[in-house]
Design a protein. Structure first.
Length: 159
């Protein structure tokens, strides 16, 4: 869920899950489920929510991918049958070399997160503070990723 500058209103809320099983190299079968709940401020009644369960297959190749599915609506508000296809074509890849400063910064972040996991200590990952307005009580020790040099795009070099 993301908000653009100048956004007015309440964001839409959709829950989704996916379960896949690899049946061969680069080929998988599974299910996907999508549930459009309404907006953050106005949740729709169950019978008005758009809920679809898909049987899907995925093919992954070096230069392309395909996710294809046939879905069935499970509420009166949903289309009875839906087909979907997502074709993926990777963009031209530019090699990115991490600077020593960036490697070091990521290493410090990674170790802090691992140490918190080992000790059972809660962390609150915080970048620019864009989620602070959600209004819920913040929990956990703040791990400020915005203050890390690694998060600065100028620390990336391409060759």
């Amino acid at each position: 869920m993301g908000l653009s500058p100048g956004f007015r209103g309440s964001p839409d809320v959709t829950l989704a899950w996916k379960a896949m099983h690899d049946v061969g190299q680069g080929f998988a079968l599974g299910v996907e489920y999508y549930n459009e709940l309404g907006t953050l401020a106005n949740r729709l009644p169950r019978d008005q929510q758009d809920r679809t369960l898909y049987a899907v297959m995925e093919i992954e190749r070096k230069t392309w991918s395909l996710n294809f599915g046939v879905g069935h609506g499970v509420t009166p508000a949903t289309d009875n049958w839906t087909a979907k296809a997502i074709v993926g074509i990777p963009s031209i890849e530019t090699p990115v070399i991490l600077s020593d400063r960036m490697d070091s910064a990521f290493g410090k972040l990674s170790e802090t997160i691992r140490a918190a996991g080992r000790s059972g200590r809660a962390l609150r990952l915080r970048g620019g503070g864009t989620k602070d307005f959600y209004g819920q009580a913040a929990r956990g020790e703040v791990l400020d990723t915005a203050a890390t040099e690694a998060s600065s795009p100028t620390s990336l070099r391409s060759s």
